[in-house]
Write a protein that binds this ligand. Structure first.
Ligand SMILES: *Cc1c(COP(=O)(O)O)cnc(C)c1O
Length: 400
């Protein structure tokens, strides 16, 4: 019996080499085997010339890393268990006690929570800057400032900042910048060389570009993953040391799901964008709606910055918010969200299912928020535009 069990584990059969298919194979491992002790001793986890341990990479994770680095216009990439883990990886690698990180006032909420929680507990300071005011950011940068986060547009309230100007201010002061590029996804603009096509300005962007692969690269609403892309080898190795010491590995099946979705990211991004703009335009002229917050729309905060960065015919994610008329109280706004049928209530975005979330902006942003009406954020999925419009129309009836 035992010999048979051993044969099941150490089987002599080897499939023939040379198998080729459109999609790469999936390798999964904690343990990686070495041919001999000399090879085991010689292996260097920093080099992608070989393998050391599942946590530090497999052919499958290396392949996704290279493709995401290409998507972002960078050279090196680390994969993390979530987008938030990618943000944490950057913070924990670049900051130590006594340092300070500057965050945009409209930063992705959990990034703010990390700064107010662990970073603060470990003696790392943070302050919030107005992302629409580069001069104010310049004035805030001091000797303790070791990292500035950039995000375009701001989370939920969708203000599009003058990204190139913010990055320039930091570069002139010698402060490392990290861009959360989840919205642009490497499609709407390049995070290292800001712009797109002919508008691309080499070296005008961030030092580190982070993305929640959870969103457009996965596109399914079924994977959590993040990426940390760089162009500088020394900076990459510093981030990778932290990545290794924190044990931020990703699973082979999840990587495979992103590898499968990645070839269609450009067409999906454009499809989400197109329907989002149709619906936003329809909502904009509805009497119930006070303002549409979509960077590609005239009059939306930072619209001119979006146009300058992404181009006159630029792209935008399928994500926007509306501010309802102030005559509606929160229970009515909630009833509108509850009455939607195709739009589901849920966080995250960029999947096939359209999503809706009402946000309490005064609680998130404080006194700076000028609107009085309730804010509702939509993530447009891949359903037919007509069906989504009809769903919005019937749900607006809840406000009557
Ligand atoms: C979703 C998101 C993240 C975090 O991604 P998770 O994988 O959900 O942790 C970070 N930044 C932005 C802008 C996001 O939308």
């Amino acid at each position: 019996m035992s010999a048979q069990v051993t044969d099941l584990i150490h089987h002599p059969y080897q499939p023939p080499a040379g198998f080729a298919a459109p999609q790469p194979g999936v390798f999964k491992a904690s343990t990686v085997l070495f041919p001999n002790v000399a090879a085991l001793r010689a292996r260097d986890w920093r080099q992608k010339t070989g393998y050391t341990y599942g946590l530090h990479g497999t052919p499958t994770t290396f392949m996704l890393e290279e493709r995401i680095a290409t998507l972002e216009g960078g050279r090196q990439c680390l994969l993390t268990p979530s987008g938030l883990a990618a943000i944490a990886n950057v913070n924990l690698s670049l900051l130590k006690t006594g340092d300070e990180v500057l965050l945009p006032a409209n930063v992705y909420g959990p990034s703010k929570a990390l700064a107010e929680g662990e970073l603060q507990n470990w003696g790392i300071g943070h302050r919030f800057y107005d992302p629409m005011d580069p001069a104010a950011l310049q004035a805030m940068i001091g000797p303790a400032t070791k990292l500035v986060w950039l995000e375009a547009p701001g989370s939920v309230t969708m203000e599009f900042p003058p990204l190139a100007h913010l990055a320039q201010v930091c570069r002139e002061r010698g402060v490392t910048t990290a861009l959360d590029n989840t919205w642009g996804a490497g499609i709407a603009f390049n995070g290292f060389d800001l712009g797109r096509g002919e508008r691309l300005v080499p070296g005008s962007g961030a030092d580190i570009v982070v993305q929640a692969l959870t969103k457009y690269p996965s596109g399914g609403g079924d994977v959590l993953m993040g990426s940390v892309v760089t162009r500088d080898e020394a900076l990459h190795v510093q981030l990778k040391l932290t990545h290794m010491r924190l044990g931020f590995g990703v699973g082979g099946n999840d990587v495979e799901a992103v590898l499968r979705a990645l070839p269609s990211i450009d067409v999906r991004y454009r499809a989400h964008d197109q329907v989002a703009r149709q619906l936003a335009a329809w909502l904009q002229v509805r009497p119930e709606v006070a303002q549409v917050l979509h960077p590609a729309f005239e009059g939306a905060p930072g619209h001119e910055h979006w146009r300058a960065l992404c181009g006159d015919d630029g792209l935008a994610a399928g994500l926007f918010s509306i501010v309802l008329h102030e005559r509606y109280q929160q229970p009515q706004v909630d009833a509108f969200c509850d009455r939607l049928r195709l739009f589901k209530l849920g966080f995250s975005w960029a999947g096939p299912v359209s999503l809706v979330v009402p946000y309490d902006i005064p609680a998130m942003r404080g006194a700076n928020w000028k609107h009085k009406g309730g804010l509702v954020r939509f993530s447009i999925g891949l359903e037919a535009a007509e069906d989504l419009r009809a769903d919005l129309e019937q749900a607006l009836g809840a406000l009557a």
